[in-house]
Design a protein. Structure first.
Length: 240
């Protein structure tokens, strides 16, 4: 595999590919423990907003961590693309483009929990809120959850993340065959989540398992980049 000879892209790319899944996993685990995530997303809006309003500050931190992890994929995929630029320019450019898109749409979906949902939860649970106030807050939440959550963050996020993973798998095939094949399989598992809105049975389960394993795969990819051996020094010329 021919890659960029210097460490200007390889090392920061490796560090980011380790940091992104770790931050993602920390946020995801925290939300599972405190907010029944992701099952809570399928509950009635009133229940979600009430639970959000009664939660402590750590819930906000977990959502923010998830958003930061999504944003972290943007520089990570850019640096990985630059690292493999000399290896395969078209694949490197495409991988960077889809990685940037994946991080962007996921961040756009997650940011609603950081800036929109807190206000809706406060409005829904206010002591002087009328039935109309609560109905409006719930309706806005449902609309944003469907568009920014299911549509932008999940549907497009699964698509772009899966395609990025598949492109990276192609780029590393000659040097890390097992990691490459694993990435290709996980890309399909991640993209399986796109079928959930169409009522395909098991799509959500396959996606949930695939995304959890994808985080581990991204971390291992980062480790592989950091551990790439340096070229052996050229042998000194023999004096006759």
């Amino acid at each position: 595999m021919t890659a960029a000879p210097d460490t200007a892209t390889r090392i920061p790319a490796g560090i980011l590919l380790i940091a992104v899944p770790l931050i993602f996993t920390a946020g995801f685990t925290g939300l599972q423990m405190t907010f029944d995530y992701p099952d809570i997303l399928r509950h009635p809006a009133g229940e979600v907003l009430t639970r959000f309003a009664s939660a402590s500050w750590d819930l906000h931190a977990y959502w923010y961590a998830m958003m930061l992890a999504a944003l972290g994929l943007i520089p990570a995929s850019t640096l990985v693309g630059l690292h493999f630029w000399q290896h395969d320019k078209p694949l490197a450019v495409l991988s960077a483009a889809f990685g940037i898109l994946a991080g962007l749409v996921q961040a756009l979906g997650l940011i609603r929990w950081v800036v929109l949902v807190p206000g809706l939860a406060a409005a829904y649970t206010a002591s002087d809120a009328s039935d109309i106030d609560r109905s409006m807050a719930a309706s806005i939440f449902d609309a944003m959850n469907l568009y920014l959550g299911v549509g932008v963050g999940e549907h497009l996020g699964y698509l772009f993340t899966g395609v990025w993973t598949l492109l990276i798998a192609a780029l590393i095939f000659s040097a890390h065959r097992i990691l490459s094949i694993t990435g290709a399989v996980l890309s399909l598992a991640v993209m399986a989540g796109m079928l959930e809105p169409f009522g395909v049975a098991g799509a959500a389960t396959v996606n949930a398992i695939g995304f959890s394993l994808w985080a581990l795969w991204a971390l291992l990819l980062g480790v592989a980049l950091l551990m790439r051996p340096k070229p052996a020094p050229a042998a000194a010329p023999q004096v006759a």
